[in-house]
Design a protein around this ligand. Sequence first.
Ligand SMILES: [Ca+2]
Length: 192
Amino acid sequence: MAVRVFDVAVVLAVVLVASCTAKTLDLESFLRHRQQYGLSHKRAEDGNHCPPDTPFPCKTTGKCIPMKYLCDDNVDCADGYDEDPDVCTAAHRPAVDQIAQFLAEKSSWIMPAFFGNKDIRSVAHALAVSQTLDDLQKRIDLPDKQTESLRTALKAVRDSQEEVLEDFGMPSSDWGEVDYVFSKLIKSGFLG
Ligand SMILES: [Ca+2]
């Protein structure tokens, strides 16, 4: 059961990430749908017609494939959706809603330090699907100064230098969560 719920969450996360632009991302709808999935598996209402053993829907053909075919370097969807770079990057990252919640909770220091006045949901989406920091900079048009600040912070997390994050305004009580989220980004290739 735990595996199945996890799979469903991943399916919804990657479908949402890859099918929505940052501007149209509807976080509340995603959360509501995910809760419906976890509680009642009302697949038709979520727009996913695929059965539990092949839960991943190809984008344009509607073909259903098993999760193990996702990002395995073989094209199983005629449209290539199962090997889409954004989908495969997001599959190794925290879900967009998790990142958005993280940014919202730390917004008083993390937004001015790294993302200025960018929209939180746009930033969360970009963090989930951008393969590298340079990709993220282009995707949300992040200024060089903030991009380099974020690079410095990511390297500090990689090297367990908490004091560098505190210099960016991070309260020491936030270190655990920052370490968790940034480490996930680093491990999935965000620093290049
Ligand atoms: Ca595949």
